[in-house]
Design a binder for this molecule. Structure first.
Ligand SMILES: O=P(O)(O)OC[C@H]1O[C@H](O[C@H]2O[C@H](CO)[C@@H](O)[C@H](O)[C@H]2O)[C@H](O)[C@@H](O)[C@@H]1O
Length: 521
């Protein structure tokens, strides 16, 4: 059964560690390391306080797995009480330096590769092929300087858009894992922010690196051993086979491919003929233009007028990430349904407020996240920590570009630490929400089902601009009309929308046409 899901609407790239994840070279490496260290320790006179016992699988995992070769030599020997100089890249194979012994290990590794070949994990190939069908970029990351050789021998080099290996890392002077530099370089090359990237790793140092890099999802692979060490390092999920990683059903169109709703108004009018529309509308970036300061956002007068006109004839609901009372006071219209905190809190036209009971249990963690983030992010200029009843938004629209990764990383770290919360990304904002299966899509369906808004002669129309709106666009994909307000902030991303409009002003124009159609019917 699939346990972890990669979502093409949100995840734009997946970065795969090579050894142990894609290819069974981990055991070839382990054998080469064991050959190197066992021969070296056997030959070395044993002075006091040095440990000359054989190299073990635990040593492999703890001291050398996933690290640049020279660091592996020095770190393992240090654990046995032996301090060798690092040496220099032109040291001869076998001399007593990090580089010298590293070179000898490489010779053993290549010998084993030439005689034994490379075993590829079929589950990895199946997953990568599925990702590529969904237009998700793929990268291979390895500390190994033999990465290209291994991929060629394994016949899988063509499965990746880019490769960041030991050779490139040295050229660019990138530190090895657990530093996130190699993952960040891959994300940079793929033009994908870490918040839209997934890392698949089998080494603790790699999981630490991915977490430190602020990646959206870190999947640990423990093919044989227990999952604990990768969970402890910060993996979101640990699988024993990549068959347990699914690619979620996804939208197939990019923003640029979605027809413009004003240009295709006749089609929309046809869909609505003989049907009563139910309007379900996001607020920021949809009804109201984006501004640098969320507190200064106002809804244009014309948009208020058209909503009022629509509400006379058909149900209108506002489904916003804002706090319920905040969005109500900005829309300032009676007789509408309102959903705040991404749908966790709802209010009907009669003013009754309905909270999602299950979300109440997340309140202590939200309070703690607010307390910690207010302190930790205080030194960063431009950050805005905005507490809503059932969500906490950290805005970084006004933060220096160099500080953005740190802000996202900090929110992620605190969100990981508080089990009642999950993370969501939006336009220049990262949010912590109750970790329960509820979102704008579920809230939309709840509104339609539980409030008598659903009927056979009704057509739901939802409009939104952001990632969190995709849950609602997905929800009505088969029985409604979905409209996305275009923006360049997440690139040419995938969307479930049927139509698009250029900006909130164009949406207002489209709503006016809908109002005229309703008036005339
Ligand atoms: O679901 P929505 O109604 O679209 O709310 C989503 C978030 O919108 C607000 O933030 C966004 O708009 C701000 C004002 O234009 C902008 O500065 C910010 O960068 C955007 O992310 C709101 O402040 C958040 O609380 C909502 O969650």
């Amino acid at each position: 059964m699939a346990t972890t899901s990669i979502d093409p609407c949100r995840h734009r790239a997946v970065l795969f560690d090579m050894d142990g994840v894609l290819t069974d070279t981990a055991k070839v490496h382990a054998a080469a390391w064991a050959r190197l260290f066992d021969l070296y320790l056997a030959d070395r006179p044993p002075p006091a306080r040095e440990d000359h016992r054989s190299f073990t699988d635990a040593d492999y995992l703890r001291h050398v797995d996933g690290k640049p070769r020279v660091n592996g030599v020095l770190d393992f020997l240090c654990s046995r009480g032996i301090d060798l100089p690092r040496g220099a890249p032109d040291d001869e194979a076998g001399i007593e330096t990090g580089h010298g012994l590293g070179k000898l290990k490489d010779r053993y590794f290549r010998e084993a590769l030439a005689t034994g070949g490379v075993e590829v994990f079929d589950d990895a190939v199946t997953l990568i092929e599925s990702l590529r069908r969904h237009h998700i970029h793929t990268a291979v990351i390895s500390a190994s300087r033999n990465c290209a050789l291994v991929l060629e021998q394994a016949g899988i080099a063509d499965l990746f858009d880019i490769r960041v290996d030991g050779v490139l890392a040295e050229e660019l002077g990138l530190p090895g894992k657990p530093d996130p530099a190699v993952f960040l370089e891959a994300a940079r090359q793929l033009d994908t922010p870490p918040s839209a990237g997934v890392v698949v790793e089998d080494a603790q140092s790699g999981v630490h690196a991915a977490r430190a890099g602020g990646f959206a999802l870190v999947v640990g692979v423990a093919r044989t051993g227990p999952p604990g060490r990768l969970l402890d390092a910060g993996a979101d999920a640990v699988v024993s086979t990549l068959t347990d990683v699914a690619v979620a059903e996804s939208a197939e169109r990019r923003l640029s491919e979605v027809p413009d709703g004003l240009e295709h108004w006749d089609e929309i009018a046809d869909r609505l003929r003989g049907h009563r529309p139910v309007l379900l509308l996001d607020f920021d970036g949809t009804l109201a233009p984006i501004r640098n300061d969320p507190a200064k956002v106002t809804m244009p007068v014309r948009t208020r007028e058209v909503l009022q006109r629509l509400a006379r004839h058909c149900p209108v609901a506002i489904i916003s990430g804002r706090d319920l009372h905040d969005v109500r006071r900005r829309v300032r219209l009676d007789g509408l349904w309102y959903a705040g905190s991404h749908g966790f809190e709802l209010a009907g036209p009669g003013d009754e407020s309905i909270a999602q009971d299950a979300a109440e249990s997340a309140l202590p963690d939200l309070d703690e996240a607010e307390r910690l983030l207010t302190i930790e992010l205080d030194p960063i200029a431009g950050v805005l920590v905005d507490r809503k009843r059932f969500a906490l938004a950290v805005h970084y629209r006004n933060v220096r570009p160099d500080d953005v990764d740190h802000v996202i990383w900090t929110v992620r770290r605190i969100g990981d630490w508080l089990p009642a919360l999950r993370i969501a990304h939006g336009r220049r904002v990262v949010e912590l929400l109750p970790n329960i299966d509820w979102n704008k899509g579920r809230a939309l369906r709840w509104l339609l089902d539980k409030t008598g808004l659903a009927a056979t002669d009704v057509t739901p129309v939802f409009a939104g601009d952001d990632y969190t709106d995709e849950d609602a666009l997905h929800e009505i994909h088969d029985d409604g009309i979905g409209i996305v307000v275009r923006s360049a902030e997440h690139g040419d991303r995938l969307t479930w929308a049927h139509y698009s409009v250029e900006d909130p002003r164009s949406l207002s124009a489209l709503l006016t046409r809908i109002a005229s159609a309703v008036d005339a019917s």
